[in-house]
Design a binder for this molecule. Structure first.
Ligand SMILES: NC(=O)C1=CN([C@@H]2O[C@H](COP(=O)(O)OP(=O)(O)OC[C@H]3O[C@@H](n4cnc5c(N)ncnc54)[C@H](O)[C@@H]3O)[C@@H](O)[C@H]2O)C=CC1
Ligand SMILES: O=C(O)CCC(=O)N[C@@H](CCC(=O)O)C(=O)O
Length: 491
């Protein structure tokens, strides 16, 4: 059964679709997509459950979320294996995702209290209060690259705040979504509070266009986010949090330990086979001997990256990309850059193991005049050589995106010069770009997001503030008539 609507699992009456383990082409999940009517039924169920969940005491909502975390903890091995099979991640990477999902609950409880807590002050006869209320029905859209952790990062804070959910996961990862829905039901979430509709873009369009939603929380590509923003153009009252892609720069400049810099670059560009929105896409290195020596070490280290599958017994660094089609897109982007004059220092190529397995690549694009400012979502890093640090900073900001950026350097002065000018939501120094902390806000500027960061700040978009003034003694009273009102009051 594919869809969870008002506490009941239904098969769905739309088109048949499947998810595939990209490491061995085995089918992981098969089911029918939701129709527009089924999406509408899910939104109606979430709407019906809206008031009762919002009025459920916060402590009870938190207790349900904590039971959900306990279930994920008990079933962590199964969850990690499912993530690995559906998204192609190697096991340690999938286990990291499962751990982040579990930790999300405690962090979101703290964020809810800290960011959207209650304040009261009494001034004479007036008591003023600040509280926060849930928006209502939240449509949550998830990407394939973190099929659990990233939608979970919207869902957990939204439920704690008292919203109800209609979750539309990536069509490439329906099984992980089903696992999450079952865990919420097992945790005792009332019927209708969490609904799941599966399918591809048409299902997403039906959900985004449904007049019953109060908010839309999206993590995915910039194209998807822009399309959703267009759908909602006449509904400014629907809160939208759009977390989108990046074309993230990593500057390497004035470094002594070239091997450490090489490892940090690999962790930035190639973890999860380059399928993280925070992955470094552009490596900015000075021309000259120092830059050449670093690149020689980086290329040597790249040769040591083991590509394999979640089921391999040997240690592997990265798995296949999510599908053969995704691999084709990366290879096509590489081919296009080479046709425009890029030089392959290390070619990103299909490996004999299967169509979705790619070797990590490094392209020197310094002389490509018409380099597209686009995210290539895979293990392909573009190298840009620059004459000096000022040119490096300019190149880092030479993008419409603004998610993650970083500097690898022994010079604090260089970081202090980079940090205030770096146009991104994440600005790191001598740390990999990937692996952002859930205890910090997570979001970007430019095409990377709409200024509603997720992670710790998801609490902010999960609730709206309500300011209340009340008579402090709880009765109807006014001290005196206002000026200009001539009125003989009885008392
Ligand atoms: N900034 C962030 O926090 C993150 C961003 N991403 C980005 O996500 C992308 C990879 O994920 P994908 O699954 O390929 O993203 P995607 O945009 O293709 O899909 C995301 C979700 O939106 C739905 N969708 C796509 N187009 C839609 C439309 N026009 N109307 C309604 N629904 C639509 C999809 O079915 C899916 O559920 C990358 O660009 C990556 O950078 C991924 C993780 C984190
Ligand atoms: O959302 C959070 O709790 C923290 C942000 C996070 O986990 N970011 C990951 C995933 C980024 C991605 O999609 O691709 C990271 O920075 O690696």
């Amino acid at each position: 059964m594919a869809h969870l609507i008002n506490g009941s699992w239904i098969e769905g009456s739309g088109t048949l679709f499947t998810s595939i383990d990209p490491s061995n082409e085995e089918t992981v999940w098969t089911g029918f997509a939701a129709t527009e009517a089924e999406v509408a039924a899910a939104v109606a169920a979430a709407r019906d459950a809206r008031d009762s969940w919002a009025m459920t005491p916060l402590a009870d909502r938190i207790a349900t979320a904590e039971r959900y975390a306990a279930i994920l903890t008990e079933e962590k091995a199964a969850l990690a294996e499912l993530i690995a099979r559906e998204a192609g991640k190697v096991l340690w990477d999938a286990e990291g995702e499962a751990t982040a999902m579990i930790n999300k609950v405690g962090i979101s409880v703290r964020a809810h209290e800290e960011r959207t807590g209650t304040k009261e002050a009494v001034n004479g006869l007036i008591r003023s209060r600040l509280t926060h209320r849930p928006h209502g029905v939240m449509a949550v859209f998830g990407p394939y690259n973190f099929p659990g952790h990233l939608p979970n990062g919207h869902i957990v804070p939204a439920l704690i705040a008292g919203n109800t959910i209609v979750f539309k996961p990536s069509e490439l990862t329906p099984a992980v979504a089903e696992f999450m829905a079952k865990a919420w039901m097992k945790a005792g979430l009332p019927d209708g509070v969490f609904n799941l509709v599966q399918g591809a873009r048409a299902v997403g369009e039906a959900l985004a266009g449904d007049p019953g939603i109060d908010g839309l929380l999206f993590t995915g590509s910039v194209r998807g986010g822009q399309s959703i923003a267009r759908t909602l153009i006449d509904r400014p009252e629907v809160i939208q949090a759009l977390e989108m892609g990046g074309n993230n720069p990593l500057i390497v400049h004035e470094v002594n330990d070239l091997d450490a810099a090489a490892v940090l670059t690999i962790l930035s560009a190639f973890v999860s086979s380059g399928q993280r929105c925070t992955c470094a896409r552009r490596l900015i290195v000075p021309v000259g001997e120092a830059g050449d020596r670093f690149l020689a070490r980086l290329i040597a280290a790249m040769k040591g990256i083991r590509v394999g599958s979640w089921s391999d017994t040997a240690d592997v660094f990265m798995g296949p990309v999510v599908s053969a089609a995704a691999a084709d897109m990366v290879l096509k982007a590489e081919g296009d850059l080479i046709a425009k004059g890029a030089k392959a220092l290390v070619e990103c190529a299909e490996l004999p193991r299967g169509e979705a397995f790619l070797s990590p690549g490094l392209l020197d694009v310094t002389d490509v005049k018409t380099r597209p400012d686009a995210e290539i979502f895979g293990p392909l890093l573009q190298l840009i050589r620059v004459p000096d640090f000022e040119a490096a900073v300019a190149e880092a900001n030479n993008t419409r995106f603004g998610l993650a950026s970083g500097l690898i350097s022994d010079s604090r002065a260089l970081f202090e010069s980079f940090y205030p000018r770096a146009r991104a939501g994440i600005v790191n120094w001598n740390q990999q770009l990937t692996g952002a902390a859930s205890t910090a806000p997570f979001g970007g500027i430019g095409l990377s997001g709409n200024h509603r960061p997720s992670a710790y700040y998801a609490a902010d978009y999960a609730a709206y503030p309500v300011a209340t003034m009340e008579q402090a003694e709880g009765r109807v009273a006014v001290a005196a008539n206002p000026k200009g009102l001539v009125f003989e009051r009885a008392e």
